[in-house]
Design a protein around this ligand. Structure first.
Ligand code: GLU
Length: 489
């Protein structure tokens, strides 16, 4: 409870595409506020914009929120006492409420054609005025209205906006904000197809669903005075509203965009970010605990969350910070938990290979999708340029030296019966200790570079010896053969 009221929060996704990571942050804050205060967290689907409707988007949105572990108490799939939770299933409800506004003279039918509205707009723009409806239909007589209705002239329903009134609104994050009603257009509430606009449906639903707190993006701030007027017209108390800041690109410039990497909530899971790392990251994009703690589980966040620690300044979506948190959470996991995740991101690996690779790679990866590039050499022959085999610290080694190193390695590998890392390492140590390449400067460094490239086709790889048991003796020898033929062809 806050102020003696049950806390009910909601997210209101529109099924118009993939659920954005910015929406996921809103969802997290809604979840936390409701749970912290023993309230309810609700999902309502705002599908009134039929033109932008994307089939399957609602299902994917619900799934991704679930995958992040943010379980709702009421929603389209599980129902609840305030349903239905999909706006197009609530059209009768909106009809009833729009009739109330029409009856009170607080909304009116607008019969203007699209051509007239376009012309009006063009004229106003040419005169450097802000385009706005000129209230032509507000002044129709009851007879004119009836005539149009009888003639089945299509119409929208607009709200009446009072003249030159100051609306003061107390945003939970931003404090007092003032609007003058002269800056507000007579918003369409019901479209000509009978479906409400976002503004009308959201106000009616937030009221009927007894929503106590609304978190939404700052792009909605200018809509708030219209909503407040609607609450007043109905005689309803508005919820507390918090307009969250936008997330900025990692360079601090502009709203988070795809230019800097994928932005859908799903894409981060697909890249192998752990839900708990992502949530921990999002917690701090607009909130702080008031102390220097940096790691929070979801439950700890719920306990720590409070409205007075929300930020006014837009946060930067710092992917390096996300990587850091993800690495931390990966290393916090038990090997058994990680095994399941490794299998998902390395489906081509056998259980035995996973057992070998897990301890080696667990320490080195930032996200689970790093596993594929780091282990590519185990599952396929990586193509590389033979010059890579000869390069050492920007200088070229002699081909004879490199060939000798590879063929001697091939010999020792074939002598190992139990192909495990300690045996492989012992054999290599032996090879390096004997007087092979004794006149070579940096022979150990050179040897391991040649070995690494011959096995992995790259200079940047996980510890090769530790990975070799997952590659197996036969394939190791095959890679060395390939390197030899590369050099001799
Ligand atoms: N349907 C709106 C959106 O997807 C929700 C805005 C709100 O939370 O009021 O952005």
């Amino acid at each position: 409870m806050i102020d003696n009221k049950i806390v009910r929060t909601r997210i209101a996704p529109s099924p118009t595409g993939e659920y954005h990571v910015g929406h996921l942050r809103t969802c997290l804050y809604d979840y936390a506020l409701a749970k912290k205060n023993n309230g309810q967290f609700i999902i309502r689907i705002e599908d009134t914009d039929q033109k932008r409707f994307v089939p399957g988007s609602m299902e994917r949105t619900l799934q991704v929120i679930k995958d992040y572990g943010l379980q709702w108490d009421e929603g389209p799939d599980i129902g609840g006492p305030y349903g239905p939770y999909i706006q197009t299933q609530r059209l009768e409800i909106y009809q009833k409420y729009i009739q109330e506004l029409l009856d009170k003279g607080l909304a009116y039918r607008c019969f203007c054609t699209q051509e007239r509205l376009d012309e009006l707009r063009a004229t106003q723009k040419a005169a450097k005025q802000v385009p706005r409806y000129d209230q032509h239909c507000l002044h129709l007589t009851p007879e004119e209205i009836q005539k149009n209705i009888d003639a089945k002239v299509p119409y929208t329903i607009r709200m009446v906006i009072p003249k030159n009134e100051t609306i003061i609104f107390e945003d939970v994050i931003r404090g007092k904000i003032k609007f003058n009603t002269n800056d507000i257009d007579d918003q369409v509430l019901i479209k000509s197809n009978g479906i409400p606009t976002y503004h009308f449906a959201a106000v009616v639903d937030d009221h009927l669903m007894e929503i106590s707190h609304v978190f939404r993006g700052e792009e909605w701030l200018t809509s708030t005075p219209k909503h407040l007027l609607l609450y007043r017209y109905f005689g309803w108390e508005p919820p507390k509203i918090a307009h969250l800041t936008v997330l900025l690109n990692p360079d601090g410039k502009g709203k988070l965009s795809k230019r800097h990497g994928a932005t859908s909530a799903r894409s981060f899971l697909e890249e192998g970010y752990l839900p708990e790392a992502m949530l921990n990251f999002l917690m701090f994009l607009g909130w702080n605990p008031g102390d220097n703690r940096e790691f929070f589980t979801l439950d700890e966040f719920v306990q720590a969350f409070s409205l007075d620690h929300l930020h006014k300044k837009s946060p930067v979506f710092d992917r390096k910070k996300l990587d850091y948190l993800n690495g931390y959470y990966i290393r916090q996991k038990s090997n058994d938990e990680l095994k399941v995740l490794f299998k998902k991101f390395l489906p081509q690996a056998s259980d035995e290979q996973i057992n070998i690779l897990l301890p080696v790679l667990k320490e080195r990866i930032v996200k689970l999708s790093d596993l594929q590039p780091q282990t590519k050499f185990i599952f396929e022959d990586v193509d590389y340029d033979k010059s890579l085999l000869l390069e050492y610290k920007d200088k070229e080694m002699s081909k004879d030296l490199v060939l000798d190193m590879i063929s001697k390695t091939k010999d020792i590998m074939s002598q190992i019966d139990d192909f495990k890392a300690s045996n492989i390492q012992a054999k290599i140590d032996e090879l390096l200790k004997s007087d092979n390449w004794s006149n070579e400067e940096n022979k150990v460094g050179k040897y391991f570079m040649v070995f690494r490239v011959a096995i992995c086709g790259s200079k940047f790889t996980p510890p090769v010896v530790d990975c070799l048991p997952a590659l197996g003796k036969e394939k190791t020898i095959h890679k060395l053969d390939l390197a030899i033929s590369k050099l001799t062809s």
